[in-house]
Write a protein that binds this ligand. Structure first.
Ligand SMILES: Cc1ncc(COP(=O)(O)O)c(C=O)c1O
Length: 396
């Protein structure tokens, strides 16, 4: 590949997203890696380490994205691509020994929570959910408890959380988890490595729903894990091979193509999110705004110590209006928009909006009137004009 680990480490992330994962700088090489459509590879005799072997073990189209993501997260090793973010969650949870304790944020992404709760119901692990912004409560959940006095085997971090935007003290919690011998996995989907680098804050594994910002165009479903620990990476790779949740070559290629513009997309969407959060906070139909970039947000000071920016997800709670409950007013608000797209997901070039509790898997502690906004890269005044006309229409 064109960019060595050392060279990548000397470059700004905005350059790495463009330069990493290119074919060798040799005459007549393409500047973009090709898509390799093959389910198997020539070879005979015993397989050696590094042999491609078969399409479920490896594919050359995965390599450039995995290399680029590893370099962006500051890892010593390439990342691992998966068929989806949840496939990556499944592989990460496989690191917990049978019956081990998993500490997870009460407001993790609902799919991660459902998976962990189902594993717990079957007795494969013990699940302790906790408010991740409450550092003392997390430390308590990590420590030995119950008849077997078991400490945590894994701490799951998501910061900011989806959708409540709670901010964890990643450094302090990672230290506390390591003190009891737990592995730390951080879901970095909301921030991307351009905003937060959890491995450099002490986490052992970083997780991404590549579906979101990294690919950035709402046209692929993919996931990824990154670690600098060779033993953990081998265990994850083995799990991916045996459980088979691999990426399609075309999706992997699209993800790398999307990654090239990540820095520009993040710069624009973060700046717009701050403007919109401030204006939303001043509108009478908005009961409250959660956005770590607002000085009044409970996560603001902590976010400043570990993030370069505040991301581009905003959550609002909609006030009751014109005889409607807050939840009904929120539904009406979403329907009244003409530019924002009412759809689940986030992190694409287009701005998306949804009332979260319409999903049955969403924890009951997520308020009924909570609306999540994923700010895209459109003109900020156009985005505000659309929000304002819809807020005014519902607010009366
Ligand atoms: C924070 C977070 N983690 C993981 C996932 C799961 O990713 P995927 O939908 O790619 O399986 C999502 C999806 O919304 C998410 O928001």
């Amino acid at each position: 590949m064109s960019l060595s680990e050392q060279h990548a480490a000397s470059l700004a992330a905005e350059t790495v997203v463009v330069a990493a994962g290119r074919p060798p700088r040799e005459r007549d090489q393409p500047v973009n890696p090709p898509i390799v459509l093959s389910s198997t590879y020539f070879g005979s005799g015993p397989l050696a380490d590094g042999d491609r072997g078969y399409g479920r073990y490896s594919n050359p189209t995965w390599d450039p994205f995995e290399e680029a993501l590893g370099q962006l997260e500051g890892a010593d090793l390439p990342g691992l691509l998966y068929a989806s973010g949840l496939a990556a969650v499944s592989s990460a949870l496989s690191l917990i020994p049978a019956g081990g304790v998993l500490v997870m944020p009460t407001h993790s992404y609902s799919g991660s929570l459902v998976m962990a709760a189902e594993l717990a119901q079957k007795g494969f692990l013990e699940l302790r959910t906790v408010d991740i912004a409450d550092t003392d409560a997390v430390k308590d959940a990590l420590s030995p408890r119950g008849p077997a006095a078991r400490a945590a085997a894994m701490l799951w971090l998501e910061s900011p959380t989806n959708p409540m935007l709670g901010i964890a003290d990643v450094r302090a919690l990672t230290e506390a988890a390591h003190a009891v011998g737990a592995i730390v996995v951080t879901d970095n989907t909301f921030s991307t490595p351009l905003v937060q680098q959890p491995l450099l804050l002490g986490s052992d594994v970083v997780l991404h729903s590549v579906t979101k910002y990294l690919s950035g165009h709402s046209d692929v479903v993919l996931g990824a894990l990154v670690t600098s620990n060779p033993d953990i990476r081998s265990a994850l790779l083995h799990h991916r091979i045996i459980h088979g949740a691999i990426a399609g070559p075309f999706e992997a290629w699209l993800a790398l193509r999307g990654l090239r513009t990540l820095a520009l997309r993040i710069e624009r969407s973060q700046a717009s999110a701050l403007v919109l959060a401030e204006r939303l906070a001043a509108h009478p139909l908005v009961e409250s705004v959660r956005f770590p970039g607002l000085p009044a947000d409970p996560g603001h000071e902590r976010a400043k110590t570990q993030m370069k920016g505040f991301g581009s997800i905003i959550c609002i709670q909609v006030a009751p209006a014109g005889g409607l409950t807050g939840a009904d007013a929120a539904d009406q608000l979403v329907r009244a928009l003409q530019l924002w797209l009412p759809a689940t997901s986030l992190g694409g070039v287009e701005s998306l909006i949804e009332r979260r509790r319409r999903h049955t898997a969403e924890p009951a502690s997520v308020p009924e009137n909570l609306v999540r906004l994923s700010v895209g890269i459109e003109n900020v005044e156009d985005l505000w004009a659309d929000l304002k006309q819809a807020l005014d229409a519902v607010g009366g």
